[in-house]
Design a protein around this ligand. Structure first.
Ligand code: M6R
Length: 624
């Protein structure tokens, strides 16, 4: 998704903005741009002579490196600027549609994340008043609208505020003007803005990763808030014009967490981090000797959770697959009926939600627009909303009634890996906790916890042992056009996840299916060329999955099987076998998904795909 970076202070703005934009590249984008305000000086020592300044804008379709080339020869004396990476919504990726956009007079520049839904109506009115538009974007319309309000005694903040009162939609915006050369105005509704507070300098960003190397002190804007930022002050009000006092909070992410640390790609680094991220998801939450779990963020909601007639879980993408596993766990251990739904479907179908319902909202980023909207809808209808979120301080984390952080650390690769295993780990903790509040015995609780605590070592073992066979599979199947992934029970959502991983980064068409459903249709796809990945470890449905494997074999499908270390029967059924250690059924997804992540990673790499920034995709989808 789009990224925003801004700087005002005593240093050159350009390198800070470019470095920030590079930090945001992982979010996915198709063009980049920068706007710089430069004061006019008379004596060469940077003492402003008048209030006059120039506004320079450079922008292009393509990557930040291309923007860097474009601005190479510009004087780098500006100490105020804003930069943007755009992920196209209104208007194709092009130089013209890239941000920043200017108002009618060319004195204001704006960068914008989100979508202005009523932009056509506003545009029509402005065109009638003689405005001329260059791009196809909703953002340019907002720039012109701000321009309409600017002047006649109204300062930049007031102009932005009044314009935002007219728009319907979502925005994170940053606005500068050559007529107000000592300030940046930013605002948010539905799209994050974080303000970095420095020493005689301030920063803005849509993601703290962009500014963490400069300051660790930040202010998170809430929806409907606007901030006026100078080099030594930050003033915040609501869009309705009420002054608000914001707390300065400390960023928790570490710099090394957002660097590759010797790995070729973030995705590979994040796959290899899983022994420690799964451990971190459990840290301080497990009481081994009592066979029980403590989740501090749910402490105030335990009576409601215990008495819930139904649990709803909503999420998108990989988080949705983790939610499906969560359903199986919660129903097995806590015996509470669970419904899982794509957030994008939930919000638009007038779902039945009653006051006794509890909704778990699963999101790595905590910013996914559909998931956020589903949560708001459920809250509006009286449900208790609890987040299972990675990014600390994200919108879902802040707007939910409580929840559990997964503590996976920043996930930069667009393909979600470590967040998935941490989400599933948290679901296991939650299920044990609720189970123990109901009928799960201490003995069973202890056994589950023992198995949980063994997972980090077992993931390590898979990482160390599976790469050679995965490399062989990649060589053999790199030209395949299709893959089928099959699993049953707890491993059915893993089949979905394996297929999603392969599609999104290697662009090979893949489908995940419940193994037994194959005979109701997809079996027609199987021929001598079709690679079929079956997740078949020793679990409650192992024998059933063996029958499904036989069905594939009988039709000539090329079997790649994820099997338990001790399985002696599987070798003669499969073309390739990837081994994983034994654990209880419920926890198998945390192990069985690891080889599938590696398979998609090495397949994408072999095919020359951009692993960390796959085409058309964004890390966090902050538009509907
Ligand atoms: O940040 P979220 O967990 O809410 O994101 C949900 C999906 O957009 C995300 O999982 C997406 O499907 C990933 N690209 C999957 O690898």
């Amino acid at each position: 998704m789009c990224g925003i970076v801004g700087y005002i202070g005593h240093r050159e703005a350009t390198p800070i903005i470019l470095a920030g934009l590079k930090r945001l590249e992982y979010r996915g984008y198709d063009s980049a741009g920068i706007a710089l305000i430069e004061r006019h000086h008379t004596n060469g020592n940077h003492v402003p002579s008048t209030n006059s300044a120039t506004l320079s804008i450079r922008k292009c379709k393509g990557k930040v490196n291309q923007l860097e080339d474009l601005i190479r020869n510009m004087p780098k004396t500006s100490m105020l600027g804003i930069g943007h990476t755009r992920w196209a919504t209104h208007g194709a990726p092009s130089d013209i549609n890239s941000h920043p956009h200017t108002d009618q007079t060319g004195r204001i520049a704006i960068i914008h994340n989100g979508i202005i839904e009523n932009y056509s109506a506003i545009k029509e009115t402005l065109v009638e008043r003689g405005h001329h538009f260059e791009s196809e974007t909703d953002t340019e319309v907002l720039a012109h609208l701000i321009g309409e309000f600017y002047g006649d005694g109204r300062n930049l903040t007031e102009a932005v505020r009044l314009a935002l009162n007219e728009v319907i939609g979502a925005y994170g915006v940053a606005v500068v003007s050559k007529d107000s050369p000592d300030e940046i105005v930013c605002a948010r509704k539905g799209s994050p803005i974080v303000i970095g507070v420095g020493d005689n300098e301030n920063f803005i960003a849509s993601d703290a990763a962009a500014i963490v190397s400069y300051t660790r002190n930040v202010i998170y804007l809430s929806d409907n808030e606007i901030a006026t930022i100078t080099r030594d002050s930050v003033k915040t009000r609501t869009i309705g014009d009420v002054e608000v006092t914001k707390d300065v909070e400390a960023i928790t992410i570490k710099l090394e967490e957002i660097e590759k640390g010797g790995y070729e790609h973030f995705m590979l680094k994040e796959i290899h981090e899983q022994p420690s991220t799964v451990r971190d998801a459990m840290r301080g939450r497990v009481i081994e000797e009592e066979g029980s779990i403590v989740l501090g963020g749910l402490r105030n909601h335990l009576p409601r959770l215990r008495n819930a007639k139904r649990i709803l879980i909503t999420a998108c993408g990989t988080s949705y697959h983790a939610a499906l596993i969560g359903k199986y766990m919660l129903e097995q251990l806590a015996q509470i009926p669970v419904d899982v739904e794509y957030a994008s479907e939930f919000r638009y179908r007038n779902p039945v939600v009653t006051e006794g319902d509890v909704m778990f909202v699963i999101s790595q980023s905590g910013e996914t627009a559909d998931t956020l909207a589903a949560m708001r809808e459920a809250k509006r209808k009286g449900a208790l909303a609890l987040g299972i979120v990675n990014v600390v301080g994200s919108t879902i984390a802040r707007e939910s009634d409580g929840g559990v952080y997964i503590h996976a650390g920043p996930e930069i690769g667009v393909a979600s890996t470590k967040a998935f295993t941490s989400q599933v780990t948290v679901f296991a903790l939650l299920s044990i906790m609720l189970g123990r509040m109901k009928s799960l015995s201490v003995v069973d609780g202890k056994e589950l916890i023992r198995a949980l605590l063994a997972l980090p070592g077992q993931i390590n073992q898979i990482l160390e042992s599976s790469e050679p066979v995965i490399q062989e599979i990649v060589k053999e199947f790199k030209d395949a056009d299709h893959f089928l992934y099959l699993g049953r029970g707890y491993n059915y959502p893993v089949a979905l996840e394996g297929a999603l991983k392969l599609k999104e980064i290697s662009y090979i068409h893949a489908e995940g299916y419940p193994a037994a459903e194959m005979k109701h249709g997809p079996i027609a796809l199987i021929d001598n060329d079709m690679p079929v990945v079956v997740i078949a470890p020793h679990d409650d449905v192992y024998e059933k999955v063996l029958s499904n494997i036989q069905e594939v074999r009988a039709r000539g499908g090329r079997l790649i099987i994820i099997a338990s270390d001790s399985d002696k029967r599987i070798e003669k059924l499969a073309e390739k076998v990837i081994r994983i250690p034994e654990t209880i059924s419920m926890l198998l997804p945390i192990l069985s998904v690891i080889p599938l992540q590696l398979l998609s990673y090495y397949m994408a790499r072999e095919r020359g795909a951009n692993v960390d920034q796959p085409r058309n995709l964004a890390k966090s989808v902050t538009v509907e």
